[in-house]
Design a protein. Sequence first.
Length: 365
Amino acid sequence: MARRVLMITSSSSGGGPKQLSTLTERLSSDFVINVACPNNSIYLNDIEASISGKLLFIKERKISFLDIYNIIKFIKQNSIELVHSHGKAAGLLARMAFFFTRIKLIHTYHGVHLSRYKVILKILYVTYERIFSMINTYNIFVSISEMKMAKDSNILLKDKSVVIPNGVLDQELKETKTNYINRLRQSLSIPTNITVAITSCRLEQIKNLFELIDIAQANSDIFFYVMGEGPLRSELNRYIRLQKLSNIILLGHITNVFDYLNASDIYISTSLREGHPLSVLEAMSVGLPVLATAVPGNLDTIIHGDSGFFYELGNIEQASYFLNKLSSNNKLRKQIGANAQCIQKLKFSVSAMTKAYGDLYKSVQ
């Protein structure tokens, strides 16, 4: 009989729920996959279409005693054998449920949250993770640098850690790149002969998007798309207006992400840190060269000078140098983009990721 699994995410968007949605689709034929997630998840339709078990709604990015009770009840009523939590809040919900069910737990971190906390909160967070990581059957990290950060911070007391890099689907062009460029840029009234740099992320502090706006200000001959929604949207728009910029657009939530990637020339990530950035992997899958901050997660994804370039956080001049190096040299841009696509297919595929998780689910006794 297929093993019954409950996946939990408390986020409605971002890498964690996106990975959960992919795993649900790919593993539902081998496992009875149940999902607990917010009812406003942007991946809800995909989850509902592929799920082989049941769906439980929980609050978004909050810890609720009612949610804990409902998860415990769900585990018992549906004879769940394994819980796989994605992200910090989901991890706490799963760990609370453990004390009443003794369920086997797998937890994927999707980022080690240290730099956002001041001293007291950092001590509390590390203490919490040190204690509660012990009850996990496996602690999953999506990059080597993420696991190293956890170990260096003394978060992990027991060596039950596994690195499973994120993976994305290989992409093939459905039409020519010129067609994508003509169609989408015309809809946004952007010249087809201008270089376009694009990013895709939740509009939140960790993505460091005010720095992206500063980069746009320093590079008026390059156009910038920002795909995604989040709590900083109003502040970002105010900052754009304050700088009187016309070369950057916040596009909001985009469903046809790959159309916009294919209509762009360069992918840019200004993040303060990453787990293992799915958006960068998606850009690589369509052959875009990547310019990214030299931070954990990004460092595990591209190779400087081969599949993209790194710049130091806050160094607008360095970021501009590499942007212009790519923008001014079409041959270099295509070569680095092709290298990026090759690395994605070899190292960061959906099939490799789902096989690793499937094998892990089967190994838990």
